[in-house]
Design a protein around this ligand. Structure first.
Ligand SMILES: [Zn+2]
Ligand SMILES: [Zn+2]
Length: 290
């Protein structure tokens, strides 16, 4: 069996290609299952989210692909949903009415610029520095603590099925100029977040996009966080955050190897309509139907 991927975009948001093209790529790679999770709409002008008016079309296109390829591939319909307090989240009425198979919950925004636009933490570095200055007076510790507190708030109050790219804010720190992951305050913020995730029993994805886009050298979350997650027995799934059909399993072999070295030999996936654990290998997953 090949790998699985439950974090995949399409042309409905900022992904390239139709759902059908991703499904065909998944079949070529002998994947047993593929999950779509385009960016859910947000009430802001953004180049990477799906327009509200397109949401139902997206859902029905993915469901059509599910039927079309049913003999070769299981397809699930999801969305990557932003958590912004009082604005958007996985449990928002706009999302619930779509009757999705699952949601990936992600924090891409931390608070708001004085002019009212939300501050994007994984966009352009200059914009990141601007928000850091204007909203947090340049205090990176405060900004990052706020980022992780938003993830905890999502996990506790508005939980998705899958926690998306836990430490993506690291994308701004590849040179290590802004903060050290070894700082006690950083470790504490991560630990507190893991405790909340463990208590809720949520799946946390291991996301390879930073690696194949050459923004980071390790997946989200960092290996030391994965070690801690393994000790806490937090279920994981390997996801690529694909924005192109060629990215659906990008860097999976190396990342699976890293996970196995850490002691993670299972991942949790949605298969046959149920969340279940499958054995992880460097060539894909093994799954014995119960
Ligand atoms: Zn994301
Ligand atoms: Zn994504």
């Amino acid at each position: 069996m090949g790998f699985t991927n439950f974090h995949g975009h399409t042309h409905y948001c900022d992904g390239k290609g139709r759902a059908e093209e991703y499904a065909e790529a998944a079949i070529t790679q002998k994947m047993p299952v593929y999950g779509f999770s385009s960016h859910a709409p947000l009430p802001y002008e953004l180049p990477w989210t799906m327009p509200e008016s397109e949401t139902e079309k997206y859902v029905s296109e993915v469901r059509k692909v599910k039927e079309q390829y049913a003999a070769q591939l299981q397809v699930y319909t999801g969305l990557e949903v932003d958590f912004i307090p009082d604005v958007a989240g996985p449990g928002h009425e706009r999302i619930r009415k779509l009757d999705l198979d699952y949601t990936v919950g992600s924090v891409h925004f931390v608070d708001f610029f004085p002019k009212g636009h939300p501050w994007e933490i994984d966009g352009k570095h200059e914009l990141f520095l601007e928000g850091l200055q204007q909203i947090f007076n340049g205090d990176i510790q405060k900004a990052i603590e706020r980022y992780f507190s938003l993830i905890r708030q999502m996990v506790e109050k508005d939980p998705p099925d899958i926690v998306g790219h836990l430490d993506k804010i690291r994308i701004q720190n590849e040179e290590g100029n802004l903060f050290s992951e070894e700082a006690l305050w950083y470790r504490d913020a991560v630990e507190e977040t893991l405790q909340v995730i463990q208590k809720k029993g949520l799946i946390t994805e291991v996301n390879t996009r930073g690696i194949y886009k050459k923004k980071t050298t390790a997946p989200y979350p960092s290996p030391w966080i994965l070690e801690r997650m393994q000790a806490l027995d937090i279920p994981i799934m390997l996801n690529s955050d694909a924005h192109h059909p060629r990215e659906i399993t990008a860097c999976f072999e190396d990342t699976a190897k890293l996970l196995l070295d850490i002691g993670y030999d299972h991942c949790r996936i949605l298969l046959d309509g149920k969340w279940q654990d499958a054995t992880l290998t460097i060539k894909g997953i093994h799954y014995v139907p119960s």
